[in-house]
Structure formats: structure tokens, C-alpha cells
Design a protein around this ligand. Structure first.
Ligand SMILES: Cc1cc2nc3c(=O)[nH]c(=O)nc-3n(C[C@H](O)[C@H](O)[C@H](O)COP(=O)(O)O)c2cc1C
Length: 185
């Protein structure tokens, strides 16, 4: 899905299938999401495709670390400090969107700090907010409370959540496998 040039902002794309595209003037839906390993993106793209909704990837201007352990440490620090990292881009005009689907993974039993940044930088007053959340098996933590606190004037409705693979488990499985590989001396 190629990002369109201006006037759409960086990271804002039209839906994959033009036939589903929203009509000009009609009530519009935006799908905004953050992902690290792609699980949440898969859901975001499906929602966008099914509803003909524009899609926006929420990213930090200073990218999060690639290394898993570093990422865990950064996420923990940002959570404890209540830090809201700078966004790489914002949605240029939220006014036409009546509904915002907001997707993210659970980090440290809460929403990632970048989601708090997104909510602080975008006024969702009067809009319907539909969360979709992936996690590694420990549930949603306090993430819904975070959404309610940071978008107090949005109409937060019941969303979708799904347990997905945990990076930590994959790395452990690989470590275990390498311990069994019979490499030539
Ligand atoms: C920094 C970090 C912290 C995480 N903390 C939790 C957690 O507290 N509870 C949980 O169930 N999963 C946790 N996970 C697992 C992710 O929520 C899960 O793998 C998610 O599906 C990843 O989504 P993504 O592929 O869109 O990044 C954590 C993952 C990372 C990278």
C-alpha cells in the first residue's frame, strides 16, 4: 500500500481497494495503528480494506530500538516517566473522520507511550473511538483506562483484542534450538 503524496500527511494512506473507498462527504473512518512486529498492522489493514477506511501508521520521530531487550527497557522507562515521545507525523485533518479505529500492542501491561502521544496530539472529541489491541497472552492491562483518560471526550466503544505471538517466546525458542544444533567442531 503506497503512501500517497500531499495533501495527505506522511503515513496516511487510502484503503487498499479503491472500490471500497469512502465517498466524499460521507461519514469517514480512519484506522490509526502502531506496530512493532506486524501483528497489529495485519488487523489494521483488514479493517481498512473491509470498511474502505483511510489508514495511518503511528510512529515515533526517533525510532524505537530494533533490539527486543532494548525496546522492553525503553517502553518501561517511558511508562514510568509518563513520557510522550514525539510523533514522526500527525494526521493533517481529523475533522472529516467520525470514527477512529485505534490499534496497538500491549507493552508492559498498558498502551505504548506513543499511543498516549497520538491521543494528546489529536482531538477525538465527539468521535467514536474503537480500539483493537494485540497482546502476548497477559490481556489488556490498563490500556482501556489510558484511552479513556487521554481521549475523555471521545465515545469509546467495545473493540477487538487478540492474543498474538510474543517476540520474547520466539527468541527463547530460537535460543533453545541453537543449544541443540550439532555444529561441526
Ligand atoms: C516492549 C514490549 C512489551 C510487551 N509487554 C507485553 C505485556 O505486558 N503483556 C502481553 O501480553 N504482551 C506483551 N508484549 C507482547 C506484544 O503485546 C504482542 O507480541 C503483540 O501482539 C505485538 O504486536 P505487534 O506485532 O503489532 O507489535 C510486549 C511486547 C513488547 C515488544
Amino acid at each position: 500500500m503506497a503512501a500517497l503524496a500531499l495533501p495527505l500527511g506522511a503515513g496516511l494512506s487510502k484503503p487498499a481497494h479503491a472500490s471500497n473507498a469512502q465517498q466524499a462527504g460521507a461519514s469517514k473512518v480512519l484506522v490509526a495503528y502502531h506496530t512493532r512486529t506486524g501483528h497489529t498492522r495485519l488487523i489494521a489493514r483488514q479493517v481498512s480494506r473491509a470498511l474502505g477506511a483511510d489508514i495511518f501508521e503511528i510512529r515515533t520521530s526517533d525510532p524505537y530500538p530494533e533490539d527486543y531487550e532494548e525496546q522492553v527497557a525503553v517502553a518501561q522507562r517511558q511508562k514510568e516517566a509518563g513520557f510522550e515521545p514525539l510523533l514522526a507525523a500527525t494526521v493533517p485533518d481529523l475533522v472529516p473522520y467520525n470514527t477512529v479505529f485505534l490499534g496497538f500492542p500491549i507493552w508492559g501491561m498498558t498502551a505504548p507511550a506513543v499511543i498516549r502521544s497520538f491521543l494528546s496530539k489529536h482531538d477525538l472529541s465527539g468521535k467514536t473511538l474503537v480500539p483493537f489491541i494485540t497482546h502476548g497472552g497477559y490481556g489488556l492491562g490498563d490500556s482501556l483506562d489510558v484511552l479513556a483518560a487521554h481521549a475523555p471526550k471521545a465515545r469509546l466503544i467495545s473493540g477487538f483484542s487478540k492474543q498474538c505471538e510474543q517476540e520474547r517466546q520466539t527468541l527463547q525458542d530460537v535460543t533453545n534450538w541453537l543449544g541443540r544444533v550439532d555444529l561441526p567442531g
